[in-house]
Design a protein around this ligand. Sequence first.
Ligand SMILES: NC(=O)c1ccc[n+]([C@@H]2O[C@H](COP(=O)([O-])OP(=O)(O)OC[C@H]3O[C@@H](n4cnc5c(N)ncnc54)[C@H](O)[C@@H]3O)[C@@H](O)[C@H]2O)c1
Length: 385
Amino acid sequence: MNTQVDKKSITLARLFQEGKITLKEISDITGANEQEIQGMFLNKGLIKTRSILVAGGAGFIGSNFIHHILEKYPNYEIVNYDKLTYAGNLDNLKNVEKDPRYTFIQGDIADLETVEKISKEHNVVAIVNFAAETHVGRSVMYRVDEFVRTNVLGTHSLLEATKRNEGQVKIFIQISTDETYGTLSLEDTHKFTEDTGFAPNVPYAAAKGGGDLMCRAYHRSYDVPVIVTHCSNNYGPYQHPEKLIPNAMFRALRNQPITLHGGGHHVRDWIYVSDHCEAIDLILHKGKPGEVYNIGSDNEKSTLEIANIILAILGKPESLVTLVPDRPGNDLRYSIDTTKIKSELAWEPRQSFEEGMQKTIQWYRHNIDWVERIREKDKDFSKYI
Ligand SMILES: NC(=O)c1ccc[n+]([C@@H]2O[C@H](COP(=O)([O-])OP(=O)(O)OC[C@H]3O[C@@H](n4cnc5c(N)ncnc54)[C@H](O)[C@@H]3O)[C@@H](O)[C@H]2O)c1
């Protein structure tokens, strides 16, 4: 390799390390294949390994994010720290469990001493926190204390560990939800922006908001480099069947009724999970500490529309929809403004809803045993739907 090529390699490796260029793009520029480039970067010490603590990585979005990072960044190591509640599922990560860059540790984010120790031992430079109690129905009808413990106190202990490890963690991403902003009417023309105040109506959203506010305070008071993201409803592979889309698919496939609350009029914005993972990836590399970013897909649909789309794809009758009384505190509509992430970080969702739903339905059809195993393990889950 001549000097010219070496200089070019160094520049490309630096851009790659900073997340500004992908292996595929380097391959297009140089003509070498992606594996060769990766091997050369690592062998020549042009890129350093980076260790990311993914909290709650055994859940739906966390496991999709781990797949995304390990596929895209050969030099990243993932420490998946997860309590394995009813929602945590190591089946989601079967195909990476032997990857030397992946480590699983079972534990609670509210356990500050352990979180601090793991961060130090694994030389963690970034934290992405997906760990949460996430099911709105459970938060309304079951135990609010679990939501407060994980979503508020757990977030606090991750922040405190970051603060104690004094500058070792360069970036902390808190994955939050549009539900903290409260509700809109069907006629409202404005959307939630990053400046919209918190107005949660269910314990889940209130507990997420508590964790988010703690992030803000830790940034302002202690300069902890934390970013909060508020995303709309995700769908895609590995989502627990307590949630609307996988539950409706599973029931429709078995010709069982799909129950919808309050007339099925509740409107949510739906984003394919890989688009959310790409947004987090971008924020991880280019986001500004102390900032808040909304993430969404401009794809608002009522729960009735969602159920009917699933029934149409599966060739099942609309008569399977059964309307039941509304759940307490159920927000009528969320609508999220994503101007900031689009203009500041040049992010765009890539997946159309039609294609995303087709892919999702295919995935659940091929992985019906994955759903069955969850139902077997957690017989109570349908109580809160
Ligand atoms: N699913 C969505 O549509 C959506 C939308 C916006 C934001 N979010 C947020 O994204 C994050 C991930 O959501 P999800 O749908 O993947 O959730 P999920 O319920 O599928 O997974 C949550 C994971 O957190 C783990 N966990 C729970 N309590 C823990 C604790 N105390 N310590 C360590 N691990 C713990 C669980 O075992 C599970 O693996 C959550 O913070 C949620 O608020 C979700």
